[in-house]
Design a protein around this ligand. Structure first.
Ligand SMILES: Nc1ncnc2c1ncn2[C@@H]1O[C@H](COP(=O)(O)OP(=O)(O)OP(=O)(O)O)[C@@H](O)[C@H]1O
Ligand SMILES: [Mg+2]
Length: 265
């Protein structure tokens, strides 16, 4: 479904990505974790066309999409959400949903001016689809509210809803649970599992390891721009490099020696 191959990306001398690679199979739910600043968002940006890599390749469904614009990548079925939603505060929830659908379809002024009856039918279909997604994510009662008035957690759900308007084959989510209360977090996990059951491939960047364990089959770990592990979520704590990335060398030694003590006792 998605291959990110040996990507290098520098910002003014900082190596955000230093040869990082991932592969995501169709129908998988894959996690991407790593300490702050390890390059997770940069990897999503490169995979979705929002940033150009300095080196390396991105392939989506067998197509080379390296350096392609985000809207071209979206047309092939890759839709992503952002770590910080930044929704236009005054637009209503319904309008934001409809914009999500239009962006994914590649709306043009020419199309709007000269094919207005088709546009009218498409708008009716888009509105029906938006209602059914809002119903699914339980935001239907807030459809006429300004997006900016929603709580942080509801804005995260709305971002997911807007992404679903684009009928993604693969969904890239950047920290979907940040600022989300525990009950919405459970709802989000359920939505992701349902989407996976419906055949949508999911790549989730997260700091919340419980969420990763709940929704992911496999997890990649980034540290300072390099991929240091790929394993089942339950195996993360067995990786010395992962412990070291999160805790530093002394912390990982302390964890290892307390584990050894436990085993001996
Ligand atoms: N547009 C940019 N300009 C300059 N430096 C950047 C830019 N984007 C990212 N970086 C740097 O690249 C590195 C990786 O950043 P990135 O945002 O990808 O990390 P992250 O793993 O998503 O972190 P977090 O968990 O805090 O969201 C950091 O050192 C960051 O400061
Ligand atoms: Mg990030």
């Amino acid at each position: 479904m998605l291959v990110v191959d040996a990507i290098k990306k520098h910002y003014a001398g900082v190596a955000a990505l230093d040869g990082a690679s991932i592969e995501v199979e169709p129908g998988e739910s894959v996690g991407l974790v790593g300490p702050n600043g390890s390059g997770k968002s940069t990897l999503l940006n490169v995979a979705s066309g929002f940033e150009q890599p300095d080196e390396g390749k991105v392939r989506l469904l067998g197509n080379d999409v390296t350096g392609k614009e985000p809207w071209d990548v979206a047309k092939l079925g890759l839709v992503r959400t952002f770590q910080h939603a930044h929704l236009p505060t005054k637009m209503s929830v319904m309008d934001l949903m409809l914009v999500g659908g239009q962006l994914a379809r590649g709306e043009t002024i020419r199309h709007s001016l000269f094919s207005w009856s088709r546009v009218r039918d498409e708008e009716a279909a888009a509105t029906d689809k938006a209602w059914s997604i809002l119903d699914r994510i339980k935001l239907d009662k807030l459809a006429s509210h300004p997006g900016g008035n929603l709580s942080g957690g509801q804005q995260k759900l709305l971002s997911l809803g807007m992404a679903l308007m684009g009928d993604p084959k693969i969904l890239l989510l950047d920290e979907p649970t940040a600022g989300v209360n525990p009950s919405l977090r459970v709802q989000l996990a359920e939505h992701l599992r349902t989407l996976q059951a419906e055949g949508v491939t999911v790549l989730t960047v997260e700091h919340d390891m419980r969420f990763i364990s709940d929704v992911c089959d496999r997890v990649y770990v980034l540290d300072r721009g390099r991929m240091i592990a790929s394993c089942a979520p339950s195996e993360l704590s067995d990786h010395p490099e992962v412990l070291e990335a999160y805790l530093g060398r002394s912390g990982s030694k302390a964890v290892a020696s307390s584990a050894a003590k436990k085993e001996n006792s």
